[in-house]
Design a binder for this molecule. Structure first.
Ligand code: NCD
Length: 305
C-alpha cells in the first residue's frame, strides 16, 4: 500500500505515467467512468479548501466511485478532541483511500502510520502540497511541452507557500531548470527547501525583492497568495499582503510566451485585468487538477482503466 505525502515519493517516470494517464482521461473520459466502481474516497479536510477538495470529489465521481468526508474540522470529532490517528484509524474502515488536509505539518504522515488505506496529503500546514504539484506539472506539460530548460520565477509568500515548496522539489529533478525567487525578506524560501532542492543539487538560482527587475527572463511566473492563516501577527500580514500585484503593465515586460500560474485562491496578487491575457494560465491550471487526481487515485488503488 502506498501513500502520497511528498511529491518526491513519486519518481520522474511515475510522474510521466500519471501525466500520460491524465491525458488519456482528457481524450477518452468514457473509458474511465467505471474504473473505481464500488471504491470510496474519503476527504478529511481540517482546513478550508475549494479546488482541492472538490476536484478530488469530482475526480472520484467521474471514475464511478463514491465519496464521503468532512470539509471543516469543526464538523468532525476533532472538535471534541479526537486525534488525527484515531480519526484515520476509524475512517480507513469506511473508505478505500483518504485525501487529507491539515494545518499541522506532518499530520498526513502520522495518519499514514495509522491507516489501513492509502493517504494522500492534500496540504499540510506550510509544508507540502504534492497534488497541487501534479496539477502544476500537467499544466506545464500542456503549456510549455517540456519540463526542461525552463526559468521558473516564484513570487510572493515563499516561506509559507506549500505549493511552492513541492513544485520546487519536483522541478529540481529536470535538466536545465533555473529558479528565480521573488519575495520580501520576511517571506523568503525556508532554508530546508533551499538547501535540499536547490543548493545541494547545484541548481542555478537568484533572489530578488522586485518582480519588475526579473520578470523579463522568466518562462513561468508562479504567483502565490500571502498565507494569512500562517502568520502569528495580523499587522505583519497587513504590511506584506500587497507587496506584489501583477498588472497588465508588468506583463508588458514579460516574454511573449511566458505563462502565469497560480494555485488559487487569488486575493490581490494578480489584477483581474491580466485574466484576459492568453499567458494567464491559472484557470486552465485549476481544470487540470481533476484529471491528474483521477490518474493518481487509480494508481494508488492499483486499478486499470
Ligand atoms: C493552495 C493551498 O491550499 O496551499 N490552494 C490550493 O490548494 N489550490 C494555495 C493557497 O491556499 O494559497
Amino acid at each position: 500500500m502506498r501513500s502520497l505525502l511528498n511529491i518526491l515519493d513519486l519518481s520522474v517516470e511515475e510522474i510521466d505515467e500519471l501525466i500520460a494517464v491524465a491525458n488519456d482521461i482528457i481524450a477518452n473520459p468514457e473509458r474511465y467512468q467505471e474504473a473505481c466502481k464500488h471504491k470510496t474516497l474519503a476527504t478529511l479536510f481540517f482546513e478550508p479548501s475549494t479546488r482541492t477538495r472538490l476536484s478530488f470529489e469530482s475526480a472520484m465521481l467521474s471514475l464511478g466511485g463514491n465519496v464521503l468526508g468532512f470539509s471543516e474540522a469543526s464538523s468532525s470529532s476533532s472538535a471534541k478532541g479526537e486525534s488525527v490517528s484515531d480519526t484515520v484509524a476509524v475512517v480507513s474502515g469506511y473508505a478505500d483511500i483518504i485525501a487529507m488536509r491539515h494545518p499541522k505539518e506532518g499530520a498526513p504522515l502520522v495518519a499514514s502510520m495509522h491507516s489501513e488505506v492509502p493517504i494522500i496529503n492534500a496540504g499540510d500546514g506550510g509544508h507540502y502540497h504534492p497534488t497541487q504539484t501534479l496539477t502544476d506539472l500537467l499544466t506545464i506539460y500542456h503549456e510549455k511541452g517540456s519540463f526542461e530548460n525552463l526559468t521558473v520565477g516564484f513570487c510572493g509568500d515563499l516561506k509559507f507557500g506549500r505549493t511552492v515548496h513541492s513544485l520546487i522539489g519536483a522541478m529540481s529533478r529536470y535538466n536545465g531548470v533555473k529558479f528565480v525567487l521573488i519575495s520580501p525578506d520576511e517571506l523568503k524560501l525556508p532554508t530546508f527547501i533551499k538547501e535540499e532542492f536547490i543548493e545541494d543539487k547545484g541548481i542555478e538560482y537568484e533572489q530578488s525583492r522586485i518582480l519588475e527587475d526579473v520578470i523579463g527572463k522568466l518562462d513561468i511566473l508562479y504567483m502565490t497568495r500571502v498565507q494569512r492563516e500562517r502568520f502569528f501577527n495580523e499587522e505583519e500580514y497587513l504590511r506584506l499582503k500587497n507587496t506584489y500585484v501583477l498588472t497588465a503593465d508588468k506583463m508588458e515586460e514579460a516574454k511573449r510566451d511566458m505563462i502565469v500560474m497560480h494555485p488559487l485562491p487569488r486575493v490581490n496578487e494578480i489584477s483581474t485585468a491580466v485574466d484576459s491575457d492568453p499567458r494567464a494560465a491559472y484557470f486552465r491550471q485549476a481544470r487540470y487538477g481533476k484529471f491528474i487526481r483521477m490518474a493518481l487515485i487509480m494508481k494508488l488503488l492499483g486499478v486499470k482503466a
